[in-house]
Design a protein around this ligand. Structure first.
Ligand code: PEP
Ligand code: MG
Length: 659
């Protein structure tokens, strides 16, 4: 019994849809296969299905053989033809975009160590705050098999030993999945690993190697490498990343076979500083983040996953130490300054008491700032200064509201695109932006259109190899070249505008034509929605000022848009020609440099003269030492990470009191 169809599952049979397809197939007794381009694989193996790389709109055949073959074919074809199926998976995992569980990539720029004579290691300041605590080194050793050939009479026992190890790993993953405190994103990661552990492709290959005389550990390493290589060879970003998952699962099975425990993060003591060369998805998903006092890593930068997670949990972090991290392998105690990017190994008595004092002062400051949560700061002339939040996912709404955010000054939409295995649909985006608008209404929510380039590739958009991706095809440039992607986002924003005070801003603008082209697309989208009878409303369109070109044409730009929002992170790197992620040029990457401050002032003057709102959403917006200058220039909106909001309100209130 067989039937062919066109696959309507959004973006094809990637991990979650493949898992659902397999679950459905396993519910039938019959042998079931999926055939594409003459290649047939078992529909009961998610690894094999994923490797078949079935894409949306491709033709496939479902073939079944057995007592319930008719029912099996009907059910599986039904799944493939239901275009909602892939989206359902998505909402299961994240709920309308909430899969983007981590916060926006706030970039804390590294600054040089003060010359006070203390020996310090300099890394990238990735999550603000200071910490001191016992060192917890996490450097898992490479696993090697004993390399012993088995005798024929040992093979049966070795296969049994392997099966028991797999069962143990699966049970451990099931326990993790049963924990209620696991976030949706983390749950998705663990569920995908569990699928691989349970998959026949891995066990089949391991058992084949054992039957040829390999010991179980060597067989697992060999089989995992083969399957990982298959995933690496597929022309698809998302599937390439599954190679790491296969290695992670293989490692867990080997550890059980060797009777070894992973240097588990579960045992990290309260307040300890986690030191690692790198931290993988599996470790991250299980880490007891509440107990971690600080993080120090050889790998990673200010926008890496570990940085994002550290910031969302308020954990100070210094990343990108490179080989210097090896100096911490035997450390007993570590002090770190996540604002400056310093790490101090085994601090002396003076440093220890200095850090202890700073940690206590930070705790006390946090407690004292709470009274500013509900304050509406005003300028001496009574103008309200909006102190808003920079966020990147719905999960961060609560933290922003808790801090007293007067709306959202920057909603970074990149995570919505990056956290999925395919581009988010218009419906899903509309749901996310609507939820955001409703949560903050009547305050404004400024959504930034997709700001992504070749340095952060995402599944579904082919980026060219570029010598200088920060000067390349990114932000508004890419969006205008890909109206198929951009229009979905604009339509979703028009739909969401019905539910609150949505404003939209364009990133990386460098010429007026980018605004006029976008406005034409917005009009086109509005006309389409009207013709389709879909409810929608108009929104204010603004631009980020983050390129020198935008500063220089600010007076003309101001006539075309409803507001400016100064992106000091990029503006500083482009004005100073100093890469914001490169610690070697960190000294130049300084917003207080007169060149950058004068660019900000020029922008403010142009905006004020045209009577439009001028705000700021770069990191500098939250700096109490600079806020008085920005307000003096005429800025009336400052948007920052929720952690900085109360301090900023206090600063503005103090300015008014001084007059
Ligand atoms: C900026 O460049 O200042 C900004 C806010 O955008 P991002 O940090 O996301 O590039
Ligand atoms: Mg920017």
């Amino acid at each position: 019994m067989e039937r062919s169809t066109i696959v309507r599952v959004h973006e094809g049979l990637h991990a979650r849809p493949a898992t659902r397809f397999v679950k459905l197939a396993k519910g039938f007794e019959s042998e079931v296969e999926l055939v594409k381009d003459g290649k047939a694989v078992s529909a009961k193996s998610s690894v094999k299905l994923m490797l078949l790389a079935v894409k949306e709109n491709q033709e496939v055949t479902v073939r079944a053989n057995g007592a319930d073959a008719i029912e099996a074919v009907e059910a599986l074809i039904g799944y493939l033809e239901n275009p909602r199926a892939g989206l359902d998976d998505e909402s299961e995992a994240g709920g309308g975009g909430s899969e983007a569980a981590a916060p926006a990539p706030e970039v804390s720029l590294p600054v040089a160590a003060p010359a006070d004579g203390t020996p310090k290691l300099q890394g990238v300041a990735a999550s603000e705050g200071v910490a001191i605590g016992p060192a917890f080194a996490h450097f898992p050793a490479e696993i090697e098999g004993p390399g012993r050939r088995l005798q024929a009479d040992e093979i049966y026992g070795e296969v049994e030993r392997f099966r028991a190890a797999v069962a143990q790993v699966q049970a451990r993953m099931d326990r993790t999945l049963a924990e209620d405190n696991l976030s949706a994103g983390d749950r998705g990661i663990v569920a995908a690993l569990r699928d691989i552990a349970a998959d026949d492709s891995l066990s089949g290959e391991v058992e084949r190697l054992i039957s040829e005389g390999d010991d179980a550990v060597s067989a697992v390493i060999g089989a995992a490498s083969t399957i990982a290589a298959d995933f690496s060879a597929v022309d698809d970003h998302y599937l390439n990343a599954r190679a790491d998952d296969v290695h992670a699962v293989g490692r867990q099975i080997c550890l059980v076979l060797l009777g070894q425990d992973e240097v588990s993060l579960e045992t990290i003591p309260q307040g300890a500083i986690l030191i690692a060369d790198d931290i993988g998805a599996w470790d991250l998903a299980r880490a007891p983040l509440k107990r971690i006092g600080g993080v120090v890593c050889g790998h990673g930068g200010a926008t890496s996953h570990i940085a994002i997670i550290a910031r969302s949990h308020g954990i100070p972090a210094v990343l990108g130490l490179g080989d210097k991290v090896n100096q911490l392998r035997t450390a007993k105690e570590v002090a770190l300054d996540g604002n400056a990017g310093h790490v101090i190994v085994d601090p002396d008595e003076t440093t220890r008491s200095d850090f202890t004092r700073r940690v206590e002062a930070a705790t006390q400051e946090r407690a004292g700032l709470k009274i500013f949560k509900g304050v509406t700061p005003t300028r001496a002339d009574g103008t309200v200064i909006e102190v808003a939040a920079n966020i990147g996912s719905l999960e961060e709404i609560e933290a922003a509201q808790e801090a007293g955010a007067m709306g959202v000054g920057l909603f970074r939409t990149e995570l919505l695109f990056m956290r999925h295995m395919h581009l988010p649909s218009e419906d899903m985006q509309a749901e996310t932006y609507s939820a955001l608008a409703k949560a903050f209404a009547p305050h404004p929510v400024i959504v930034r259109t997709l700001d992504i380039g070749g340095d952060k590739p995402i599944a579904g958009i082919e980026f060219p190899d570029e010598e200088n991706p920060f000067l390349g095809w990114r932000g508004i440039r890419m969006c205008l070249d890909r109206p198929d992607i951009f229009k979905k986002q604009l339509r979703a924003l028009l739909r969401a505008a019905v539910h609150g005070n949505i404003k939209v801003m364009l990133p990386m603008v460098s010429e007026i034509a980018e605004v006029t082209h976008t406005r034409a697309l917005v009009d086109e989208c509005a006309a389409e929605l009207k013709a389709e009878g879909v409810e929608h409303a108009s929104f204010d369109l603004g631009v980020m000022i983050e390129t020198p070109a935008a500063v220089l044409i600010a007076p003309a730009l101001a006539k075309e848009v409803a507001f400016f929002s100064i992106g000091t992170n990029d503006l500083t790197q482009y004005i100073m020609a100093a890469d914001r992620l490169n610690p070697t040029v960190a000294k130049l990457n300084d917003v207080t440099n007169p060149a950058v401050m004068s660019a900000i002032e020029l922008t403010a003057k142009a905006g004020v003269a045209a009577g439009i709102m001028v705000g700021m959403c770069g990191e500098a917006a939250g700096r109490p030492d600079l806020i008085p200058a920005f307000i003096g220039m005429g800025l009336t909106e400052l948007s920052m990470s929720p952690a900085s909001i109360q301090r900023a309100k206090k600063t503005i209130a103090a300015m008014a009191a001084e007059r």
